[in-house]
Design a protein around this ligand. Structure first.
Ligand code: COA
Length: 320
C-alpha cells in the first residue's frame, strides 16, 4: 500500500445548539435524544458554508503537515451538501488556499465519503499519477433537514475535516469499500426534479428522509464486518489496534461494534456528544481531534470506518 497521513485539520461552526435548545423549537427532549443516540449538542452553520469550513480545515491540515498548498497535486472533497452544483467545492478550496498545481474535484459517498476519498487518492498514488493530496469531508447538513421531522433533524450537525496524505511505503495497510444501491431508499434526499420546457415539475425543496431503524440495523451488521475484513486483509488482530475511529452516527451503534469486535469502549474515541452526525465530516473531524490531543504515537495502528447513505461503507487500517 502506498499512502500515509501527514497532517489533519477541522472546522466547526461557531453556533452550538444543545438538545435543550432544540426542545424550545420542537417537541423533543434532552432525555429522548441522549438516551437513544448519545448526542448532547451539535454545531449549526449560521455564517459558515461547506466551502468556508473546507478551506479552514484544509489550511489547518496543511499547517499540521508543514506543507505548502502549492505542493499539493490533488484535492478531493467528499460532501453531500456542497454550496453549489458548480464549480465544485474542491475547485473553490483550490482557489482559496492557492493550490495552483492541484487537480480538484468532489465526490459523493455520503457518510463513507472521507474513506472513499482516501481510496481514490491511494489509487492515484499507486498508479504513479499524483503524490500529495488533500482529502476533505465537509457538510452543512442543517440546510437539508426538515426541521419539522424530529426523528431526523436532531441527529445531524455541520462541520469539515481534512487530511493531507502522501505517497509512502508505510502507512495504509489495507482498505475496503462497498456499496448497495438496492437499499438506497432508507436514507435519501431528492435533488432538483427534471424540469424544463417539456416537463413541468414542482421544484419544492426536498429534505433528508430516513428509516432510522433500517439504517440502525444496517450499521450494526455491516460495520463490524467491514472492520474485520480490513483487519484480516492486513493480517492484524483487533487487539493490536489502538483506536477504532468510526463514523459518529449513534453511541449505541458504536457500543454494538465494540461488543461484536470484543474490544473495550475506550478504544473507540467519540465526538458525537458535541457534534452529532456530520456525514462525510465525522471521521476526519474525529481523526483531527485524536491527532491534536496527542493520542497517537508514530507506529500506532488505527482503523477508520464510515457507513451511510447509498448504502455505502468502507474501512481502512493504517499505521500512524
Ligand atoms: N424526540 C422525541 N420523540 C421522538 C423524536 C425526538 N427527537 N424522534 C422520534 N420520536 C418519537 C417517535 O415519534 C415515536 O413516537 P411514537 O412511538 O409515539 O410513534 C418514538 O419516538 C419512537 O420512534 P422511533 O423512530 O421508533 O425511535 P427509535 O427507537 O427507532 O430511535 C433513532 C430513532 C433515529 C434514534 C434510531 O432509529 C437510530 O439511531 N437509527 C440510526 C440512524 C442513523 O444513525 N442514521 C445515520 C446513519 S449514517
Amino acid at each position: 500500500m502506498t499512502m500515509k497521513i501527514r497532517g489533519t485539520g477541522s472546522s466547526l461552526p461557531e453556533k452550538a445548539v444543545s438538545n435543550d435548545d432544540l426542545a424550545k423549537i420542537m417537541d423533543t427532549s434532552d432525555e429522548w435524544i441522549r438516551s437513544r443516540t448519545g448526542i448532547g449538542s451539535r454545531h449549526i452553520a449560521v455564517n459558515e458554508t461547506t466551502t468556508s469550513m473546507s478551506v479552514d480545515a484544509a489550511q489547518k491540515a496543511l499547517a499540521d503537515a508543514k506543507m505548502g498548498a502549492e505542493e499539493l497535486d490533488l484535492i478531493i472533497v467528499a460532501s453531500i451538501s456542497t454550496d453549489q452544483c458548480l464549480p465544485s467545492t474542491a475547485c473553490e478550496v483550490q482557489a482559496a488556499i492557492g493550490a495552483v498545481n492541484a487537480v480538484a474535484f468532489d465526490i459523493n459517498a455520503a457518510c463513507s465519503g472521507f474513506l472513499f476519498g482516501l481510496s481514490v487518492a491511494n489509487a492515484y498514488f499507486a498508479a504513479g499519477t499524483y503524490e500529495k493530496a488533500l482529502v476533505i469531508g465537509a457538510e452543512t447538513l442543517s440546510k437539508m433537514m426538515d426541521w419539522n421531522d424530529r426523528g431526523t433533524c436532531v441527529l445531524f450537525g455541520d462541520g469539515a475535516g481534512a487530511a493531507v496524505v502522501e505517497k509512502s511505503d508505510i502507512g495504509l495497510i489495507s482498505m475496503i469499500q462497498q456499496s448497495d444501491g438496492t437499499r438506497g431508499g432508507v436514507l435519501s434526499c431528492r435533488n432538483r426534479p427534471v424540469n424544463n420546457p417539456y416537463v413541468q415539475n414542482d421544484t419544492a425543496l426536498a429534505f433528508t428522509k430516513m428509516d432510522g431503524q433500517e439504517v440502525y440495523k444496517f450499521a450494526v451488521r455491516t460495520v463490524p464486518k467491514a472492520v474485520s475484513q480490513v483487519l484480516e486483509k492486513g493480517n492484524v488482530s483487533a487487539d493490536e489496534v489502538k483506536y477504532f475511529i468510526l463514523h459518529q452516527a449513534n453511541i449505541r451503534i458504536i457500543d454494538s461494534v465494540a461488543k461484536r469486535l470484543s474490544q473495550p469502549l475506550d478504544k473507540f474515541p467519540t465526538n458525537l456528544q458535541t457534534c452529532g452526525n456530520i456525514s462525510a465530516g465525522s471521521v476526519p473531524i474525529l481523526l483531527d481531534y485524536v491527532n491534536r490531543e496527542g493520542m497517537l504515537m508514530r507506529g500506532d495502528k488505527i482503523v477508520l470506518a464510515g457507513f451511510g447513505a447509498g448504502l455505502t461503507w468502507g474501512a481502512a487500517l493504517l499505521v500512524w
